[in-house]
Each structure stands twice: as C-alpha cells, then as structure tokens.
Design a protein around this ligand. Structure first.
Ligand code: HXC
Length: 258
C-alpha cells in the first residue's frame, strides 16, 4: 500500500515505520494517524515480523497534533467528529512490542504517541514536552495520564503547566526513556533492540508485554495473579520446553513460536 504520510520498511524480522511529514515536523493529523494504524495492524498480522520500531526524522519525532488542522474546530467537531483523537488508541491494541526511537522534538501529541509505545529509545537530541497549555488547550491523548505514571506527579505537573521541554538526559533520569544513544546511532540501536526481541518466542514476548501493561491497569495483587496465570501458561508452549532444554544443553535456543 502507498502511504502519503509515513514510510514503511522491513529490516529482517523488524517492521520500521517512519513518520514522514518533514515540512510540518511530523505534525500528526488524522490522515497520518489512519495510515499509522493500518501499518501497525499489518505488521501485527505479519508472521514474519517480531517487533516494530516507530520513528520520525532527525529534527522531530513529532511536534504534536497538527495545530493548523484543529485550530478552527468547534466543540462539535472535536466531540462528535472525534477528530484528532479518534484513532489514537489503535496503537495500544497492537500485540507485538512497539519501540519508539525518538530524535528531536516529541511534543504534545508527539510525546503522547511516544509514550503509547512500549518503550522509548532516545537520541541525545531528543526533547520531550507537553506544551498544549500555551495553545489554550490541554493534552488530549494521555499526556496528563501516562506522563505522571512514567515520570512522577511533580515532573508531569511541571512539564504540563510550564510547557517547558525536557532533554534526553532529564527524560532518562526521570524514567521516561529506557536508554539514550548518539543521534546518528538511533535507528541502528532501535533496530538492534527490536532484533533481539524478534529473536525471542513471539507468544512469550506478547505475554510479557500484556503482563507489564497490566501493571498500569490493576492493583498489585490482581497484576501479580495475572502474571502468575500467564507464567503457568508458558509451560503449555513448545518454546518453554526449547528454552529450558537449550539452557541445560548449553546452546542457544531455537524458538518455534508455538
Ligand atoms: C502544525 C507544525 C507543528 C504542529 C511545527 N509545525 N509544529 N504545524 N502543527 N504541531 C510547522 C511549523 O508551522 C512550520 O511550518 C514547520 O513545522 C517548522 O516549524 P518551526 O516552528 O518553523 O520550527 P522551529 O522554529 O525549529 O520550532 C520547532 C518547534 C515549534 C519548537 C517544535 O515548531 C513548535 O513549537 N511547534 C508546536 C509544538 C506544539 O505546540 N505542540 C503541541 C500541539 S497540540 P511552516 O509552514 O511555517 O514552515 C497537541 C495536542 C495533542 O499536540 C492532542 C492529541 C490528540
């Protein structure tokens, strides 16, 4: 399929999606988000893909929702039409891991999109922020919800209320990003991490993702119970047999993804 706002390629078992509206710093409009949703679903359904990387350009992961597109909306456009936000949660329905590789600006909806991914690898050039307050609006795709869970109430309040940007080092200290790499190594590092994941047993990878996400949606006792049930179920897979046999036989595992 031809996309107008994203670029899609495959590297080994990794699906790579690049946001591609360079003139608007990858501002996110409905067309782009529709295409992103389709591309993510296609990779999720593709047996040859084990992990997905989502990235932008050197200058911007995404500078937010498209301000020009939404500036004139009425309340009815926003609420009834559900413009801008209508398909943003699509990415949460993807069962394979999605890594955000962030260079440059990840602002507003761009920061929110990165936070919807399973983890963020940041270039040293990355800048994160929720500057919606300067536009007379508030974050609309999880900025006030995922950011405090990812960093802390204090830092989320600071960023959302002052609209200041946080650099990669501060984002790593705060726990928003899992690692920082030199900007020119970002894609290589993200693909390498995704390749490691894609070499694991896919059903087990999906269980890990599902279980960690459950930590955000349940009490600790419920989450631990959920994890235990999944843990028990791994013993019904061929890949658990292969993984443990390979360890005992001192050789690398060869997972059948069953
Ligand atoms: C539309 C945008 C844009 C955006 C940048 N551009 N961000 N267009 N929506 N969010 C466009 C500019 O208009 C400009 O187009 C071109 O991209 C380059 O941007 P400049 O501002 O000239 O670049 P620079 O001076 O380097 O500044 C970069 C920047 C700034 C600091 C990132 O562009 C900026 O502050 N952007 C807005 C960030 C923001 O407020 N994001 C939150 C949006 S609200 P032209 O045609 O002039 O060259 C949001 C709500 C989320 O995200 C709701 C979720 C559903």
């Amino acid at each position: 399929m031809e996309y107008a706002n994203i670029l899609v390629e495959v590297q080994g078992k990794v699906g790579l999606i690049r946001l591609n509206r360079p003139k608007a710093l990858n501002a996110l409009n409905d067309e782009l988000m529709d295409e992103l949703g389709i591309a993510l679903q296609k990779f999720d359904a593709d047996e040859a893909i084990g992990c997905i990387v989502l990235t932008g350009s050197e200058k911007a992961f995404a500078a937010g929702a498209d301000i020009g597109a939404m500036a004139g909306y009425s309340y009815m456009d926003a609420y009834k039409g559900d413009y801008i936000t209508r398909n943003w949660e699509q990415i949460r329905r993807i069962r394979k891991p999605v890594i955000a590789a962030v260079a440059g600006y990840a602002l507003g909806g761009g920061c929110e999109l990165a936070m919807m991914c399973d983890f963020i690898i940041a270039a040293d050039s990355a800048k994160f922020g929720q500057p919606e307050i300067k536009l007379g609006t508030i974050p609309g795709a999880g900025g006030t919800q995922r950011l405090p869970r990812a960093v802390s109430k204090a830092k989320a309040m600071d960023l959302c209320l002052t609209a200041r940007m946080m650099d990669a080092a501060e984002a790593e200290r705060a726990g928003l990003v899992s690692r920082i790499v030199a900007a020119d190594k970002l894609i290589d590092e993200a693909i390498a991490a995704a390749t490691v994941i894609a070499g694991m047993s896919l059903p087990i990878v999906m269980m890990v993702k599902e279980s960690i996400n459950r930590a955000y949606e349940s009490t600790l006792a419920e989450g631990v119970q959920f994890e235990r049930r999944l843990f028990h179920s791994t013993f019904g897979t061929e890949d658990q047999k292969e993984g443990m046999r390979a360890f005992i036989e001192k050789r690398p595992p060869n997972f059948a993804n069953k």
